[in-house]
Design a binder for this molecule. Structure first.
Ligand SMILES: Nc1ncnc2c1ncn2[C@@H]1O[C@H](COP(=O)(O)OP(=O)(O)O)[C@@H](O)[C@H]1O
Ligand SMILES: [Mg+2]
Length: 375
């Protein structure tokens, strides 16, 4: 009896150890895949395929009773990786914001103002709200790129693109939701590209209150505004403490927009802020991700308006590789074949190289302390 119970105890311990190793390995990939990756299901599957190895010969039995084995597996020890994605939007976790969008049914539809492409607002039956960009006749606006921008923003630890997922709805559901809005119905009919009765698109979590971006009394995108923040972002400049946070966000925005190739940021209404002026939102990225690895002169111009950057963001860009991009873009793809094509991913890496060459040139001239002056 005693021999039998010892074998049983050791078999349990063996399964627990193997299970713990499997959890550790799967958690690394799950961290990259992020929201929507359902890591708990991975764990359950992995645990099930580890056999208890009943045919192995029993090891010699020690006369001393083994220490009691806890039946509960210890939590996986995940080393803190400074380069792991951060799934947060201006400090709050993304997934609670996205969860109601994943399951809601659209009940009300309205057309958003302010742009040249088709952007709508959806209210859901569960009370959630989102901005919706569908596949549309304005070919320059491609919804999958908004989701790609969101996921690359989190991979780089920036946290300023509103959380986004790819979705697909029966066209009838959207038409019913637009029942009381003739303009929305007409735009659905004339400007969208449904496939087999369904309309693909992206949802971005709806920011309840937005205001135009200002620095002091000047609009961020006005000549006066640009002159001000450009002066403060020169290498070695002294930034007034009350403008420091905004200058850091503008610097990150310029670097991000160059890497993702967003030429639309400064054309109007795409550099908005929170009501209290503390958070800059990196919104409307559907025009990004051109295939030119050298980048666009418009985004280069804005990048060159900054000579001061975040040390952490530059480190993440240096560490960025194709495998990380592929992993982070593999979740929440909806009915799209992929969020980015291979050529678009290559171009991101090419622009990353060019951005780092610019930063390294500044470091050679001004010294690292002045160029990588933001944390
Ligand atoms: N996630 C969002 N939260 C709140 N308002 C939004 C959101 N997305 C878009 N909007 C509103 O809709 C307008 C148009 O959206 P935008 O994404 O800029 O599309 P367009 O391509 O038409 O410029 C924005 O200026 C903003 O007022
Ligand atoms: Mg816009």
């Amino acid at each position: 009896m005693r021999l039998g119970s010892c074998i049983a105890v050791e078999a349990v311990a063996f399964v627990v150890v193997l299970g713990g190793l499997a959890i550790g390995a799967s958690s690394v990939m799950a961290e990259l895949r992020g929201p929507g990756a359902e890591p708990r299901r991975d764990v359950a599957v992995t645990m099930r395929v580890v056999p208890p190895r009943p045919v192995a010969p029993p090891p010699p039995v020690s006369p001393v009773a083994p220490p009691p084995v806890s039946p509960v597996a210890p939590p996986p020890v995940s080393p803190v990786d400074p380069l792991a994605p951060v799934w947060e939007f201006a400090g709050q976790p993304d997934e609670p914001l996205l969860a109601p969008l994943r399951v809601g049914t659209p009940v009300k539809l309205k057309v958003n103002r302010g742009g040249t492409s088709l952007s709508m607002r959806i209210d859901f039956d569960n009370g959630a709200r989102a901005a919706f960009k569908p596949d549309q006749v304005f070919g320059q606006s491609n919804p999958r790129r908004e989701v790609a921008a969101y996921r690359i923003d989190r991979l780089l630890g920036i946290g300023h693109v509103p959380p986004a997922i790819a979705v697909s709805y029966p066209l009838d559901t959207l038409v019913a939701a637009a029942e009381r809005n003739p303009e929305a119905r007409a735009r659905l009919r004339d400007d969208t590209i449904p496939r087999q009765g369904r309309l693909r698109g992206e949802l971005s979590w709806w920011i309840p209150v937005l205001t135009d971006g200002y620095i002091g009394a000047a609009r961020l995108d006005s000549t006066d505004g640009i002159v001000v923040w450009r002066r403060w972002l020169k290498a070695g400049a002294t930034i007034p403490p009350e403008r420091l946070a905004l200058c850091q966000q503008l610097s990150a925005m310029a670097l991000f927009d160059f890497v993702i190739d967003n030429t639309d940021r400064w054309t109007g209404n795409n550099a908005k802020m929170s009501e209290d002026g503390t958070v800059l939102y990196f919104m409307d990225n559907t025009l990004a991700f051109g295939k030119n690895p050298a980048g666009h002169h418009k985004t280069l111009l804005y990048l060159q308006r900054s000579q001061t950057f975040s040390r952490r963001l530059v480190a993440r860009l240096r560490a960025l590789d194709r495998a990380q991009l592929v992993a982070v873009l593999s979740t929440d793809t909806g009915d799209f074949d992929a969020l980015l094509t291979d050529a678009e991913i290559d171009a991101v890496l090419g622009r990353r190289d060019r951005a780092l060459a610019y930063v390294d040139g500044l470091i050679a001239t001004h010294g690292e302390a002045k160029v990588l002056a933001f944390p």
